[in-house]
Design a protein around this ligand. Sequence first.
Ligand code: URA
Length: 222
Amino acid sequence: MKEVEEKVWIIGSVVARDALTTIRDKKTQQVGFRKSVVKMGRIGGYESMELLNTEEIEIETPLGKCMGVAVVDKEKIVIINVLRAASPFVEGLLKAFPHAKQGVISARRKEEKGMKNDSFDIEINYAKFPEITDEDVVIIADPMLATGSTLLEIMKYITEGKQKPKKIILLSIISTKIGIDKIRKAYPDTIIVTVSIDPVLNSDGYIVPGLGDAGDRAFGSI
Ligand code: URA
């Protein structure tokens, strides 16, 4: 993983780029799309471990002692599933963090009102989060960081609690510079991890080249 600007990390491994190519391809059908998003969640989880606290520990193998490394935060993870597109992404993330607590939030862009100044009004229909403590690392999983409107709204929910998490990682597959800049300006401590920063946001708020509508493609709505 490479830090391309302060607190913005790009996953550049071949396995991630290969999965990205599959999900971008319009020939990839629902099942193939969903499987690759699950794979992306797993990859994103493993790569995000690079940003967690580790410690050197001594262990004993059946044949002798040796030093090893332990990711101490891996059991302090809270994953936020941004419905619905993040569901297969979270399925993969849970392979990396099987002990994670989970929150869900259903956020809808009010596309009927149109995009203004690269932003949408957001409607939150449902949100249920576990208790978040100052020892927790929150990973917000949303495959597409486009305008940033949805994620700004979700950040409000997470940061208005009594206790602030130790760290917030926003994990996406494809992002835009517009979305990243908005999040970084409003929440400068947030870490963004993504596979690609695409160049264009079209007038409908979709990322180009992007991959289309992640929810529709994963859930077979198209
Ligand atoms: N959500 C999507 O699913 N795709 C985009 O391009 C933007 C937001």
